[in-house]
Design a binder for this molecule. Structure first.
Ligand SMILES: [Zn+2]
Length: 700
């Protein structure tokens, strides 16, 4: 013990003394540097702007005139000498050092401390400024944003003020104050006011997650921007725009609102005739700044310019699909249409960069469908050229955004093109075949009333009713089920009618710039409302317990007929005369199944699939057509061709199903997340090109 203390007391420590002395001298020097607000300013600027040249820094720090040059040089020299700022000699730029950052943060803490002690509080606003806390601004928001009576607003504000003063050292932001106001409002039961004041957005963690998940961001930054914007707009729709009962029906899963982020912004399906647009083009009159006009289309060259513009602009103004009619008549008028194939291929490729607003599936929506009348015999060469261009386009993209809808009156014309059609479908093309009228790829009718309409039409269809839920709640009583369905149609229709009015208002304001500028829409355009029934067949078969081959079909028809009648009747009462009922595919079936499987056991909300089994096919075609006849809004029928392995088999299956009023031959393709190719699984379950097992299937 003695020995030890002896050792210690006689241990010489000259080096350590020296360090301490120079360190405390350094602290004194640094504090003297901090004594000048100019120098703190310089540090702050370098910290926020990054490396700067001498003159940039000088001007940002406010030493503008020549007279002040000496003063600035003096301050900068002090900072350099204390190593708070460093000069990168090669780049001739000044940067803040780690020590400088430490000093700056210390200065900030001292500043905050003194603000608190002085009783003043500062707020960081969303407008990127720091302002002294001012309770009057809370009163203002309560009155202006929430329409609260002034006296009440003062009372609430007082309470908020008391809370805010207790926060002390909190990093006070305007969003924190808003949260506090909202919590006080909720405590007092003022939910309505709170909803009006709510700040909409995403939790930070969700944004970090989006930035880290490349697999969900299929189109890179584009999809992150869209998702972020949509989450705000979707929340705005649910808590800000929809009536409470509709919002609750959606949240409870009685109905489903698809594409909620853009529900209140754009219609769902647009039907336009490109032949009509071609006459005058579209003059956007400054409503869309980056494109002033789409030129009239007089020759192939015009078309290759106009088509990508048109698809890109219209895709911004629909959630699901843009259907373009009249492409064959337009091309047939052109003298130079013989050389169309390579140019059209190029135009289709350029069109596929159109914006995507929906992420329900890998395939970004909206898609654009070209509607071709293949009965047009004199133009068969032209139709073949279009089909070839489309096939080339499909080879260029893994996930096509453009589809073909082929209208044929009789089997003869379908036979003419069946080889090409089979090859397109096997390659991965999106094709639907229709017997008459104009329809979207998803089976939505252009005209709800049987008379074909020549003008442009915007269809609103993104609202689906959960039929299996209704069937369960009807105690398997078919009459009661239909009565409940009729009751559900009323609020669904009024929500859609309100949506329609809001959308037409946006068109009038020029917010939907292309629609607002296109004469086929503004002069002859109209809009349809379509309510979608999800899981109708499953309800009748699995829940109400009817055999589709034995009485079940009649029940289904009765259900559909009731729906159509009720919708038309209710529509008339609220001044909507184009109201239809449809059975189409959207994201509702997946959501309903997820919600209801917990409550009612496993519920299938399967897609309406037609098998290519010849024996079954005939009765199925009859059934589908009888349902199709009833559904004035549309019916989607998929012909599943996944088991077929040659063009010939696919061709035969399409011909066999061609008595259907409309159908989509479907072969599900996968896209490999590793090599990016449209692919399928090999015998080991991996990508046929690169063996990666990360394959994502896509379909609409
Ligand atoms: Zn691969």
């Amino acid at each position: 013990m003695e020995q030890l203390s002896h050792d210690y007391s006689f241990q010489p420590e000259p080096r350590r003394d020296g360090i301490l002395e120079s360190a405390s001298k350094r602290v004194r020097m640094i504090f003297s540097v901090m004594a000048s607000p100019n120098r703190i300013d310089i540090l702050r600027i370098l910290n926020s702007k990054g490396p700067l040249t001498y003159s940039e820094l000088k001007s940002l720090a406010g030493f503008k005139s020549k007279k002040e040059s000496g003063k600035f040089a003096y301050h900068l020299r002090k900072l350099l000498r204390q190593s708070l700022v460093a000069l990168n000699k090669a780049e001739r730029r000044y940067t803040i050092t780690n020590l400088g950052k430490l000093v700056l943060s210390l200065a900030r803490q001292i500043e905050e401390r003194s603000i608190i002690e002085s009783g003043k509080m500062y707020v960081r606003t969303s407008g990127h400024s720091i302002e002294e806390f001012n309770s009057h601004k809370i009163v203002q928001s309560l009155v202006r944003e929430a329409n609260m009576p002034l006296e009440q607003a003062h009372k609430i504000t007082e309470e908020v003020e008391n809370k805010v003063y207790k926060f002390q050292s909190a990093y006070l932001t305007s969003s924190l104050i808003r949260e506090t106001v909202n919590s006080v409002l909720t405590e007092h039961g003022h939910e309505e006011y709170r909803n009006k004041l709510a700040r909409l957005g995403l939790p930070s963690a969700d944004i970090f997650e989006m930035l880290n998940d490349i697999d969900k961001a299929r189109n890179g930054i584009d999809s992150i921007m869209t998702k972020a914007a949509q989450s705000i707009l979707s929340e705005h729709l649910i808590i800000g725009t929809l009536s409470k009962d509709i919002a609750d029906l959606h949240l409870a899963g009685e109905i489903n609102i698809s594409n909620s982020g853009i529900w209140g912004l754009v219609p769902d399906t647009l039907f336009l005739n490109i032949h009509e647009i071609a006459k005058t083009g579209i003059d956007l009159k400054g409503k869309f700044l980056n494109v002033s006009r789409i030129p009239p289309i007089n020759n192939i060259n015009d078309l290759t310019t106009a088509l990508p513009l048109l698809i890109s602009l219209l895709s911004r103004e629909s959630s699901t699909e843009v259907v373009l009619d009249g492409i064959v008549p337009l091309l047939s008028q052109m003298a130079d249409s013989a050389g169309i194939a390579p140019l059209l291929t190029r135009a289709l490729m350029e069109s596929s960069i159109a914006p995507t607003y929906s992420f329900n599936s890998l395939l970004g929506l909206p898609i654009t469908t070209l509607n071709l009348d293949i009965d047009d015999q004199p133009n068969s060469k032209l139709i073949n050229a279009i089909l070839d261009s489309y096939n080339n386009y499909i080879n260029f993209t893994s996930v096509p955004r453009i589809g073909l809808s082929l209208r044929f009156g009789g089997k003869e014309s379908l036979t003419l093109y069946s080889d090409r059609i089979a090859s397109i479908i096997r390659t991965g093309g999106l094709v639907s075949l229709i017997r008459s009228g104009s329809r979207s790829l998803n089976g939505v009718h252009k005209s709800i009333n049987s008379t074909p309409y020549s003008g442009a039409i915007a269809t609103l269809q993104s609202l689906s009713i959960n039929l299996p839920r209704l069937a369960y709640q009807s105690n398997k009583d078919e009459t009661y089920f239909r009565a409940r369905l009729a009751l559900m149609i009323k609020p669904a229709l009024s929500a859609m009618s309100a949506r329609k009015k809001a959308l037409m208002d946006l068109v009038r304001k020029g917010m939907l710039s292309t629609l607002a500028s296109s004469t086929p829409f503004t002069q002859l355009g109209t809009s349809n409302i379509v309510i979608n029934l999800t899981g109708a067949k499953e309800s009748v078969r699995d829940i109400l317990g009817y055999d589709i081959n034995n009485g079940g079909m009649e029940v289904l028809q009765k259900v559909l007929k009731t729906s159509v009648d009720v919708a038309m009747d209710q529509g008339r009462q609220i001044g909507e005369d184009s109201v239809g009922i449809a059975m189409i595919f959207d994201d509702s079936s997946r959501r309903f199944a997820r919600l209801d499987s917990d409550k009612y056991g496993k519920i299938s909300h399967g897609k309406e699939l037609v098998s290519q089994d010849e024996d079954k096919l005939h009765t199925m075609v009859d059934k589908c057509n009888s349902v199709d006849k009833l559904l004035n809004g549309g019916l989607a029928v998929n012909l599943d061709l996944n088991d077929l392995h040659s063009d010939i088999e696919v061709k035969n299956a399409i011909m066999a199903a061609s008595d259907l009023q409309s159908f989509r031959p479907i072969i599900t393709h996968m896209v490999c997340s590793n090599c990016g190719k449209r692919s399928s699984r090999d015998s080991n379950g991996g990508c046929i090109y690169c063996t990666s097992t990360y394959l994502i299937s896509h379909s609409i």
